[in-house]
Design a protein. Structure first.
Length: 259
């Protein structure tokens, strides 16, 4: 038993050296995404019609969390603010798993708290930012999934997850050093969702539909197959009251302008 524990500790230490992530840390770590122009959507993929037509989008630079917000990070927020943890998923809370069973409003409240903690503007990513980052930004190699054309290389999905979320940052990172943007947990975005939004999307820094009762979720999840885990797949879900064991989030940070 002690030998197994020592092996586990050594494995975590090696992963720390390789990834720079402090597992079980209190706050997310961020990767810089240099602004640029990319083709958003997928014209011929097996996703849904809502990811068409493809269109050019230009974005400003931003920072995005290296992994989905973890259970440990969200619990730290709860302990500091007195907010209660949501209902446990069927497999229980595991510190290095992505936080799930959170609504869009829960995720926004966490981001607002983190803004004060970091003295930066923290929010959920806009859908275009999310896809640009998932594709690898300006370093993109054009993969179908975030970091590979082989889903299992980069994703916890319905074929390998054992019907639950799994530790973040275990699978291969994408070109920007981001983890789990395909699979593990669907991720809330800032935008309101509209099925035909791409037909009218602005070219510069789009921020989603003006009206609607749903918010964008991206990236697929541990219980879903290949089409849902592609970098282009988009979906909308009601942003209040809907709590799922496969819905989580990551955050974006923007440095405040000097006053």
């Amino acid at each position: 038993m002690n030998k197994m524990k020592n092996i586990a500790k050594l494995t975590s230490f090696i992963l720390l050296l390789l990834t720079g992530i402090s597992f079980g840390q209190n706050l997310p770590e961020f990767k810089h995404v240099e602004g640029g122009t990319f083709t958003m959507g997928d014209e011929i993929g097996k996703g849904n019609k809502d990811q068409r037509p493809t269109h050019k989008v230009t974005l400003k630079s931003f920072n995005i969390s290296q992994s989905e917000v973890t259970v440990a990070q969200y619990r730290y927020y709860c302990n500091e603010t007195g907010v209660g943890m949501p209902k446990k998923p069927s497999w229980g809370w595991q510190d290095n798993h992505p936080m799930v069973n959170v609504s869009w409003r829960d995720a926004m409240d966490y981001a607002e708290w983190l803004s004060g903690k970091l003295d930066q503007k923290v929010r959920l990513p806009y859908e275009a930012e999310w896809e640009f980052a998932a594709r690898g930004g300006n370093k993109s190699k054009g993969y179908k999934y975030s970091g590979s054309n082989n889903l299992t290389d980069v994703s916890w999905h319905d074929g390998n997850s054992k019907n639950k979320a799994n530790d973040v940052a275990v699978k291969k990172a994408n070109e920007l050093g981001l983890y789990d943007m395909s699979g593990n947990a669907f991720e809330w975005c800032m935008d309101k969702y509209e099925s035909d939004y791409y037909a009218n999307s602005p070219k510069d820094n789009p921020k989603g539909a003006a009206e609607g009762h749903t918010r964008v979720v991206r990236g697929g999840g541990w219980n879903l197959g290949s089409k849902f885990n592609s970098v282009a797949y988009r979906y909308g879900s009601r942003f209040t009251g809907e709590l799922y064991e496969y819905f989580g989030f990551r955050v974006v940070a923007i440095k405040k302008k000097k006053e």
